[in-house]
Design a protein around this ligand. Structure first.
Ligand code: ATP
Length: 165
């Protein structure tokens, strides 16, 4: 089975007395495309929300990849706080050889530093429909995947336990 190693960030910031986390809506989601049949039919689709992440490049460290992917996919820069966990899942490629892929994604808790969310390159717009801050409290409910929901819960526990954070 093919293996893929990715890294991602749970970027948090405190604003107006609340904690927020950076999320993305991948552009690949057929239902979010303006020309999709589902959308044209007028049916409301919940957007698929994910955490920013991507493949670790050769020679790159997982944390470096997480910081880079956050920058590229959301337009913001962040700094490391702590490693959260590795999540694992399997999927079947819908392109090329149709291989089954076993994937590991290392997630890091990151602190927002600077930049405007969703200010991303034209090229990245092909992959990311939208990046936005969502309430960390709501993230476990709003994120699409089990592993990422768990990362949001861990991040919330961390900020609650570290009041000086
Ligand atoms: P990357 O963002 O690491 O460069 P990618 O966009 O090529 O990778 P994934 O985001 O892993 O690939 O998506 C591949 C498939 O896995 C898609 O069908 C997606 O819906 C699904 N998927 C993505 N994240 C998860 C997850 N945390 N748990 C389960 N399935 C997921």
């Amino acid at each position: 089975m093919v293996r893929e190693i990715s890294a991602g960030g749970v970027v948090v910031q405190q604003k107006d007395g609340e904690w927020w986390v950076a999320a993305i809506e991948p552009a690949g989601d057929a239902s979010s495309s303006p020309t999709s049949k589902k959308r044209q039919s007028g049916k409301k689709n919940k957007p698929v929300l994910c955490l920013p992440k991507g493949l670790v490049d050769p020679g790159e460290k997982a944390l470096e990849a997480a910081l880079r992917e956050v920058r590229e996919e959301t337009g913001i820069t962040a700094s490391p706080v702590t490693k959260l966990a590795d999540i694992k899942y399997m999927y079947v490629r819908t392109w090329g050889d149709g291989q089954r892929v076993f994937k590991i994604v290392s997630f890091y808790l990151l602190r927002y530093e600077s930049g405007e969310i969703d200010h991303i390159s034209e090229a990245m717009r092909v992959e990311v429909a939208r990046a936005a801050w969502i309430r960390l409290q709501d993230a476990a409910k709003l994120l699409a995947y089990k592993g990422e929901k768990q990362m949001a819960r861990q991040a919330l526990e961390y900020v609650i336990a570290h009041t000086d954070f």
